[in-house]
Design a protein around this ligand. Structure first.
Ligand code: ADP
Ligand code: MG
Length: 660
């Protein structure tokens, strides 16, 4: 059922929900609470302002209902708790009016507004609740829609449409409840035991589906013979010699491995792991060149348009004296432009295609795709990767990632993947100096910025959000632009970049920054991954507490890309303790481990581009045992071919992975 048709949801709410990916009531019921409040039977004397309350009593007056904002209403009535006469208000339950008659016994759940002698109820129960604690689900707000509102909408759904994926025999094995019951209870647990059972089903199902996809991907790769290539090694060596810098030892080793993989008959399946700034791109470029020499098309996929563009410029420049046609394919091209590219890919007029996930969209057919590289691999979901693979016959695969995934986890997920690491940075790099500042210390910040501007260096300024939200008071791009303009507008040029800009505008700003025409670039995190401007020596991040440590590390990695001393300033009035590690180390591995400890796997695998690594309920770390079970179970299901008995699982896999 479309979310717009649900009781209580007006056009504005509908729009917000839909832009957050909640299109149907089915989507909404899979929006699970992130925690629960346990409310015990209350003794009014002991409560303070805004305490949670559960209380029994008798209705003392007929309720009155007041309508506002078209679809909202507020109901109020008097309530006798035995010792006290109190006011009750409850929002959007006007439809209960006829059931609330003087003399009726009710239990109210809500908040106690002591000052106004009022109970702000979130729920009314007509049958007396047993004397056990009530568990109230708390949801993450969605674009200004509060937890309570979300809860109200979910309660308005009469029919929970769920699709169960866990096979019966596994449900029996782990004594799991039915999914429908699990979903009901995850939103409205009657007891802690109910909640545990609900979580047990849903976590298992999540990890089961994840491992099913992973394992079936692996099986597809197995036993597949790769491409045979003939490559003149001398040409590769000459190409490497022609580069403007010498490869580091780790880069050279990586390249050797890739050369072996590519010329060997087995299919390459390699991950190049290296911290931000370690120089993974050049390794990818050499791989693309080897692939080109053997006569195949190559694809390089990046998670953002900004990054894809940068790769395009970079590759065009490096290959300018070679007869190699490099082009770009991203979602924001015009339909006619896309069609032209599709045609050229089919005719093999394009040797190397760079792009975002548009590279794997429906219309794309390659002539002879031989190598696929995904940059910032952790930002893509499993499905996207598999789609790209399925475009070629048996292309070789190379992943680049700056996120050091702890080894145990990596082995579980990428079991059969070869891993190369680039551990050392190109020589001459200085460690970025990182400072924490509060918003009261803006003057000091501006002073630091001024020093860099005087030295003719460039600065990134990061703001977390583009639109001002009335709820969360964040520094936004526009506000920052004003501030920066009043401080530095007379002495240098300031540019702005954010996600809502047209592609052409973004390109222009990025180009101006690269050329040095813009000195200060104010941006949202669209800048985050992979952007490379050597003369930028300062990274300022406002509201730094909003970011995960790994994300901050990525952002900081935008500076310190040559032998100049670079700086990073984190501006934050909160969570100084958590952020402190950023001032102490620039080791991405340590930082990600810390993040892992603090936040579970979420940030490690990139929250923003929610790939398949972002689970709704399961946590990679604390539920690792369930993951291991799911791994075994799904392997068995696939290996014994039992899977064909489960049509919905087969369909699910077919829609993401080729099951041949
Ligand atoms: P990342 O690994 O984060 O993707 P990049 O590939 O963008 O890093 O490289 C960071 C910067 O280092 C780039 O400007 C690149 O040209 C430069 N670089 C890469 N390898 C070397 C090297 N061996 N010597 C000097 N500079 C290098
Ligand atoms: Mg990179």
């Amino acid at each position: 059922m479309d979310i717009g048709t649900l009781k209580g949801i007006g056009p504005k709410t509908e729009k917000i929900l839909k832009s957050n990916g909640i299109m149907t009531t089915k989507d909404l019921i899979s929006y699970y609470p992130f925690r629960y409040d346990v409310i015990k039977r209350s003794n009014i004397e002991e409560l303070v302002q805004d305490d949670k309350i559960i209380i029994d009593g008798i209705v003392e007056s007929k309720p009155s209902v007041f309508f506002f904002n078209k679809k909202m209403n507020k109901m109020s009535f008097k309530f006798n708790t035995g010792n006290y006469l109190m006011n009750v208000v409850i929002f959007n339950r006007g439809f209960l009016k006829s059931k609330i008659n003087p003399g009726a016994t009710l239990t109210l759940i809500g908040k106690f507004d002591k000052i106004h002698n009022t109970i702000v109820a979130s729920d009314i129960r007509f049958s007396k609740l047993p004397n056990i604690p009530v568990i109230e689900p708390i949801y993450h707000a969605i674009g200004g829609i509060s937890s309570n509102q979300i809860r109200g909408y979910i309660n308005n759904i009469d029919f929970y449409e769920v699709e169960e994926y866990v096979p019966e025999y596994l449900k029996e094995k782990y004594k799991l409840i039915e999914k429908e019951e699990a979903v009901l209870n995850i939103h409205n647990p009657k007891s802690e035991l109910d909640l545990k059972k609900a979580q047990a089903y849903l976590k298992y199902e999540e990890l089961f589906l994840f491992m099913l996809k992973m394992n079936s991907l692996k099986r597809n790769k197995k036993n597949k013979v790769g491409l045979s290539r003939v490559v003149d090694k001398k040409l590769v060596i000459d190409f490497i010699k022609s580069l403007p810098f010498e490869l580091t030892e780790d880069q050279s080793k990586c390249v050797d491995k890739i050369y072996e993989d590519l010329t060997d008959i087995n299919r390459m399946n390699r991950l190049v792991q290296g911290d931000v700034g370690s120089g993974k791109t050049i390794v990818a470029i050499i791989a693309l060149y080897i692939n080109f020499l053997s006569g195949y098309q190559g694809a390089l996929m990046a998670p953002t348009e900004v990054l894809a563009n940068q790769h395009l410029i970079n590759l065009k420049n490096i290959f300018k004296d070679y007869n190699i046609n490099v082009e770009l394919l991203t979602g924001s091209l015009k339909v006619s432009e896309k069609k032209a590219i599709y045609k050229k890919l089919e005719n093999k007029e394009i040797d190397i295609i760079i792009g975002t996930h548009a590279l794997i969209s429906e219309g794309v057919n390659y002539n002879n795709l031989g190598l696929v590289i995904t940059d910032e691999q952790h930002r893509f979901g499993v499905n996207q990767r598999s789609n790209l693979k399925n475009k070629g016959i048996t292309p070789d695969i190379l992943y680049l990632s700056a996120t050091p995934i702890p080894r145990t986890y990596a082995l579980t997920i990428y079991g059969d993947m070869d891993v190369s690491s680039i551990k050392t940075m190109p020589s001459g790099r200085k460690e970025v100096i990182t400072n924490l500042k509060t918003s009261n210390q803006i003057k000091e910040l501006l002073e630091l910025m001024y020093q860099e501007i005087k030295a003719k260096h460039q600065i990134y300024v990061i703001a977390p959000l583009i639109e001002e939200s009335d709820r969360i008071d964040l520094e936004n791009v526009n506000e920052l632009e004003e501030k920066m303009t009043s401080a530095f507008g007379k002495i240098c040029k300031i540019g702005v970049m954010h996600g809502k800009m047209e592609k052409s505008e973004k390109d222009k700003v990025m180009q101006d920054f690269k050329n040095g025409d813009i000195t200060i670039l104010i941006s949202t995190t669209v800048i985050e991954v992979g952007v490379d401007v050597k003369n930028a020596t300062m990274m300022v991040i406002f509201d730094a507490y909003r970011f995960g440590l790994s994300q901050l590390h990525q952002l900081r990695g935008r500076v310190g890309r040559n032998d100049l001393q670079s700086y990073c300033v984190l501006v934050s009035d909160k969570e100084a303790e958590r952020l402190d590690i950023m001032t102490k180390t620039t080791d991405g591995f340590k930082i990600s481990e810390e993040d892992f400890k603090l936040r579970g796997s979420g940030d490690l695998f990139g929250v923003r581009q929610s790939g398949d690594m972002n689970f709704r309920l399961a946590d990679f770390k604390t539920d690792f045992n369930i993951l291991l079970k799911a791994k075994e179970d799904t392997l068995e299901l696939l290996e014994t071919n039992k899977i064909i008995k489960y049509e919905n699982l087969v369909n699910l896999l077919n829609s993401s992975v080729n099951l041949d």
